[in-house]
Design a protein around this ligand. Structure first.
Ligand code: GLU
Length: 476
């Protein structure tokens, strides 16, 4: 593993956060150690013929916790993948699942490649070979370990994984549940693609409704009119921006991407920006915005705004730049964007941090819905939609008859709609994010010494996982 000394250690940060919270759980050391360690680490190197050359590719799958099965977590394609990074990400997955009551252990996969250097056929070859390695070691399966998209992967890769798995395990009637985030047309689920961003929106919305927290920051409650800076316009960043603008009336003032950053005090329409980037290949030059070249792109995180949303990679807010962050709320859409030292500075400066392990759990929540759909072999809403429509229509007819007043066509269609899969997925996700926020807030209120949301979230996760082990009777 090559790692320069100045690079902050992501896994170390996660472990520090764990230790800080563990002290408030009352669980004994043996149990805490079991919760903290990674249960299984698989490293593999495999050859793939690319053009006329053979490339040997390094890849990982880490299962952090087997307290619940299957384990669950995405697969990352990036040049920066290393064992510690995958271990940190797998660890976060266990806590994430516990916080949103998704009954899985945590896992993560990583393939050390720059996906933008390969064409589609080459990526397919790499993905199929990686999946084959996982099948061989029993590191994938609907009841064993269920991958999903992460940085550098999407529904296309998930379809290849599913098909490869099926080639080996065609007799498994639940094979579609071996991976989530699949295309909707191939056993996927409506709303999975937007899920992480939508969950981020719901989480921020809950946080800004807490009057005492907003008062302490000198802000009013509510999302409308709050200014936002988004770091990273990938899947999570772009959906967070779109939904915050559409449903929350938030104002996006800054955006950064690999090519640079832009800032516009009066607000950036996110749809226009995405269209502009598609046409020109860059966010730079967007009408009316100030430009920051590639090497200065992270400066946008230090600009005046109410909410900063790091939605790219880990280790973005460190002890080096934390003191320059002006945003009052840091909403961690990415995994691990703030190092332990960075967070200490932010907390000292009175910032509100909405932590990754809660805030970006929308993705795995909807993955859980997809997995359930795969195991039930039926789309949500299929059995009850028409029945509900008929019941609601009869009720409206009855009200009209008894009151002599007629219900407008618009109201009728809203009331008697009957839920589609997308409606159920969104409502299930909203309920999950609200419920989890309330649990974390409650811990912060109840435990005098737990002051920040991350520690409260960790206490919640550790306690739930600890209870599983205690109930199983493995620990006294
Ligand atoms: N990669 C996503 C995450 O970090 C999703 C994981 C999943 O859906 O299993 O949460």
């Amino acid at each position: 593993m090559t790692k320069t000394k100045s690079q902050p250690n992501f896994f170390g940060s996660v472990q520090n956060y764990f230790d800080k919270a563990a002290a408030h759980t009352g669980l004994h050391q043996g149990l805490l150690t079991q919760i903290k360690v990674c249960n299984a680490v698989y490293q593999v190197q495999f050859p793939v013929k690319i053009g006329n050359q053979y490339k040997v590719i390094e890849a990982y799958r880490v299962q952090h916790s087997h307290h619940r099965l299957p384990t669950k977590g995405g697969i990352r394609y990036s040049n920066h993948v290393n064992q510690e990074e995958v271990m940190a990400l797998a660890t976060l997955m266990s806590y994430k699942c516990a916080i949103v009551d998704v009954p899985f252990g945590g896992a993560k996969g990583g393939v050390k490649i720059n996906p933008w250097e390969y064409n589609e056929a080459q990526l397919q070859k790499i993905t199929r070979r990686y999946t084959t390695e996982l099948v061989r070691r029993n590191f994938i399966g609907p009841s064993i370990d269920v991958p999903a998209p992460d940085y550098g992967t999407g529904s296309r890769e998930m379809a290849w994984i599913y098909d490869t798995y099926r080639t080996f395990k065609g007799e498994d009637i639940d094979a579609a549940g071996c991976v989530t985030g699949k295309p909707v047309t191939l056993n996927g689920i409506q709303g999975r693609q937007e899920a992480t961003g939508r969950g981020v929106y719901y989480g921020i919305r809950e946080a800004v409704e807490t009057e005492a927290d907003m008062k302490a920051l000198g802000l009013t409650t509510g999302m409308a009119g709050k200014t936002m800076v988004i770091q990273g316009l990938g899947n999570v960043g772009s959906y967070t921006a779109k939904i915050s603008q559409d449903e929350g009336d938030a104002i996006i003032v800054g955006v950064s991407e690999v090519e640079g950053a832009i800032y516009k005090e009066s607000g950036i329409d996110i749809y226009e920006l995405l269209k502009f980037r598609e046409e020109t290949g860059s966010i730079l030059g967007f009408p009316g915005a100030k430009n920051f070249e590639k090497q200065d792109r992270n400066k946008v995180m230090e600009f005046e705004c109410d909410i900063l949303v790091p939605a790219a990679l880990e280790n973005q807010i460190t002890r080096e730049n934390a003191s320059r962050i002006k945003a009052k709320i840091i909403a961690e859409a990415a995994n691990g964007p703030t190092t332990f030292e960075g967070e200490q500075i932010l907390l000292k400066n009175g910032k509100l941090l909405i932590p990754d392990l809660y805030l970006n759990a929308g993705g795995v929540t909807v993955s859980y819905f997809e997995w359930l759909k795969n195991l039930s072999h039926m789309r949500f809403g299929r059995m009850e939609k028409r029945f509900n429509q008929n019941t609601f229509r009869s009720m409206i007819d009855l009200v009209e008859k008894n009151t002599g007043k007629s219900v407008t066509e618009r109201d009728r269609s809203v009331i008697a709609k009957g839920a589609d899969e997308i409606d159920l997925v969104r409502s299930g996700l909203e309920e999950t994010m609200i419920n989890a926020y309330n649990q974390i807030s409650e811990i912060r209120r109840r435990k005098r010494k737990v002051e920040d949301l991350r520690t409260a979230a960790f206490v919640n996760a550790i306690t739930k996982i600890g209870n599983d082990y205690l109930t199983m009777g493995i620990f006294p």
